[in-house]
Ligand binder design. Structure first.
Ligand code: PMP
Length: 387
């Protein structure tokens, strides 16, 4: 990426930012777009007849449309949420479960695509967690776990710890053949790969704006139109009811029924701008850039004594986790921080996965479109010194 593009991210001149899997940097143009809303047409949406509200409503509606174009569905099938966690909880809470319904998820999941399913055990739902082999979902185990009671399969498109890109299209076919609902957690794929929910064949797909150049507090749930009326909203109140009397209420139709209360209007507008930037660069180019950085990083890390990369050879996004023999991951992250290199350490909200590797913490470096080869080399040079 050239210097002009990097100047959109002022923090890149202060630090080597390698924690984009947690949250990406926000370009100044996204912030300007949000400021414009507050300075020039600040109003609530779908409530007033005045021109400010009309403009704000139009821009908010446009976010649904732009997300639809990004992931290959109609804007009407996009529910705006706070984040991925809310989107997944909306599905887990919103479906009408019966005792003995069966859900399959994997050990590779972020807690946000794990705990909402575990909680369903309170309703008598059976939950199976399938394992991984060499950093990849064990498809045979997945197929073997399917029973006539399997109602939903929930998996991540890409792992937030390993970077693994899962065979979501293949799993989609298995779901359709067995008439199983399919939720894909796209938090780590939407920022990095071209997405087409029709090709994936999923019923639900979730992601967060803050991992894809957007602001925090805005995310989305793709919910196939035929399921929208079946989901019970997480919340009710202003915004998602069409008629209220002293004795009852009628929910609105479409995505409106799942969006109660004043939404994050500025966040939605900021996310539209972030999507425009991603489209201008092109997700295929983003992927190519990350692959080049992956190659440099893995080649260099392999040469460091005592450094163990978790599954170096998988097809991955720009996420790489590792440990260093005899060194505490938090200490390494702090020592790198002192050199203004930002990486994350811990279990990355994926405790079952990290424990699968017999660790309680690992170090994770995750790069994105604004990172350079020079920065990757700086990281490796500092790691070498620490070792
Ligand atoms: N799923 C995955 C794969 C993630 O990486 C994350 C964020 N680390 C989440 C879900 C949760 O995202 P959020 O905190 O934005 O809800």
């Amino acid at each position: 990426m050239n210097d002009e593009f990097r100047s959109l991210f002022p923090l890149t001149s202060d630090v080597v930012y390698l924690d984009s899997a947690a949250t990406s940097l926000t370009p100044t143009s996204v912030l300007e777009e949000m400021n414009d809303y507050y300075n020039k047409y600040c109003a609530n949406i779908d409530r007033g007849v005045h021109h400010l509200s009309k403009l704000a409503s139009h821009r908010y509606g446009d976010t649904h449309k732009k997300i639809g174009e990004l992931i290959g569905c109609s804007g009407k099938e996009v529910v705006l949420t706070k984040n991925t966690t809310e989107a997944i909880n909306q599905v887990a809470f919103g479906l009408d479960w019966s005792k003995n319904d069966h859900v399959i998820t994997t050990v590779m999941e972020h807690h946000s695509n794990f705990v909402p399913w575990l909680r369903l055990r309170e309703k008598g739902v059976k939950v199976d967690v399938i394992g991984i082999k060499n950093g990849q979902i064990d498809l045979n185990e997945l197929k073997n776990k399917i029973t006539s009671e399997t109602r939903l399969i929930a998996i991540c498109h890409a792992s937030n710890v390993l970077g693994t890109i899962n065979p979501v299209i293949e799993i989609g076919k298995i779901c359709r053949e067995n008439d199983i609902l399919y939720l894909v957690d796209g938090a780590q794929s939407t920022p990095h790969l071209p997405i087409d929910v029709q090709k994936i064949g999923c019923d639900f797909y979730s992601f967060s704006g803050h991992k894809m150049l957007g602001p925090t507090g805005i995310g989305a749930l793709y919910c196939k139109q035929k399921h929208q009326e079946k989901l019970k909203p997480l919340m009710v109140g202003g915004g998602n009811v069409s008629n209220v009397t002293k004795t009852g209420y009628t929910l609105k139709k479409g995505y409106h029924r799942l969006e109660a209360g004043t939404p994050n209007i500025a966040g939605a507008i900021g996310l539209t701008k972030a999507i425009q930037i991603l489209n201008e660069i092109g997700l295929k180019n983003i992927r190519k850039h990350e692959e080049k950085l992956n190659k440099t990083l893995i080649d260099e890390l392999r040469n460091l004594d005592g450094l163990n990369i978790l599954n170096p050879d998988i097809d991955r996004t720009g996420v790489i986790s590792f440990t260093i023999k005899g060194k505490d991951p938090h200490k390494i992250a702090l020592q790198l921080d002192q050199k203004n290199i930002i990486v994350r350490s811990g279990n990355h909200c994926s405790q079952p996965l990290v424990e699968h590797y017999n660790y309680d913490k690992v170090i994770r470096t995750s790069h994105y479109i604004y990172n350079t080869q020079k920065e990757i080399k700086t990281l490796c040079k500092e790691l070498k010194k620490l070792i």
